[in-house]
Design a protein around this ligand. Structure first.
Ligand code: HPA
Length: 274
């Protein structure tokens, strides 16, 4: 039986040929690419040169795609600059591509970042949040059709999907660098339309503090493949706002991305030691 989560081995060879054996994969969402400037870069590979990269029918500004191999805070990393989304006409399995490639590269940790709308009124544009849990409201799952690991089943446990140990490190490092970091439940929707006020109220009542259109499929696949996961969101807007624009989301991302990048570098420094 084919392993649906597997990726093309030639991509793995191509990336490893850069001479870096990545331990941590990072997915940098809308406007969060700054972190790559803090890396010692071995190679940059456009996603289009990787055969397993899903080709979306619709490209989105701010989501340029490139894989950057190198080291960050001394840790060998594979950084996905940009990602593909289910709302671009792809399957949940395709949207989970970074997690699948990360596992194939031999990474043990996946760090996901995204832009999100704030549901909790205490969250303002520019707030950085730590994902403690998610609610997958996309009505899809990357494990559909997957038979499970050899000899196993596809029923993957999602308790503690966002690794408690990594979350503790992130909170300690945030405190150390003076960054307020709120733990949240992230609701993952299909998109691409933003939420109506009624939907935001619905999400608030379900227990979500933030909402976005990515991440949950990557995290589910990562857990299926045995990766530890850390998730951070940058709140770019108040969810359900009238006249919300993608430009606004990208601008808020740029303004606060520096703080999130510093936090991620500090967390990697701890992963390196620990
Ligand atoms: N809703 C969904 N996804 C988002 C939002 C939002 O308000 N902001 C950034 N990504």
């Amino acid at each position: 039986m084919t392993d649906t989560l597997a990726v093309d081995a030639t991509d793995v060879e191509r990336i490893l040929a850069a001479g870096v054996k990545p331990r941590v994969a990072l997915v940098l969402g809308s406007g969060l690419g700054l972190l790559a400037d803090r890396m010692v870069v071995a190679e940059r590979i456009p996603f289009t040169e990787l055969t397993s990269h899903p080709r979306p029918a619709a490209g989105v500004a701010g989501h340029a795609g490139e894989l950057v191999a190198g080291t960050l805070a001394g840790v060998p990393v594979a950084v996905f600059l940009g990602r593909v989304h289910r709302y671009q006409g792809l399957s949940a399995l395709e949207a989970a591509w970074p997690a699948r490639l990360a596992a194939a590269l031999g990474c043990d940790t996946l760090i996901v970042t995204n832009a999100a709308g704030g549901i909790d009124p205490a969250l303002r544009p520019g707030s950085v949040t730590l994902i403690a849990d998610h609610i997958n409201l996309s009505c899809d799952n990357p494990l559909v059709g997957w038979a499970g690991p050899p000899g196993g089943t596809p029923f993957v446990a999602m308790g503690d999907a966002y690794d408690p140990g990594l979350r503790a490190i992130a909170r300690e490092e945030a405190r150390r660098i003076g960054l307020e970091l709120t733990q949240v439940v992230y609701a993952g929707l299909l998109g691409p339309s933003y939420e109506t006020p009624a939907e935001v109220e619905y999400l608030r009542r379900t227990g979500a503090q933030t909402v976005g259109m990515s991440t949950v499929h990557e995290v589910i696949a990562a857990r299926a493949l045995g990766l530890r996961v850390l998730g951070l969101s940058l709140v770019t807007n108040v969810a359900g706002g009238a006249g919300l624009s993608h430009d606004e989301v990208l601008r808020a991302g740029r303004d606060a991305a520096e703080a999130m990048s510093a936090l991620l570098e500090a967390v990697l420094g701890r992963i390196n030691v620990g």
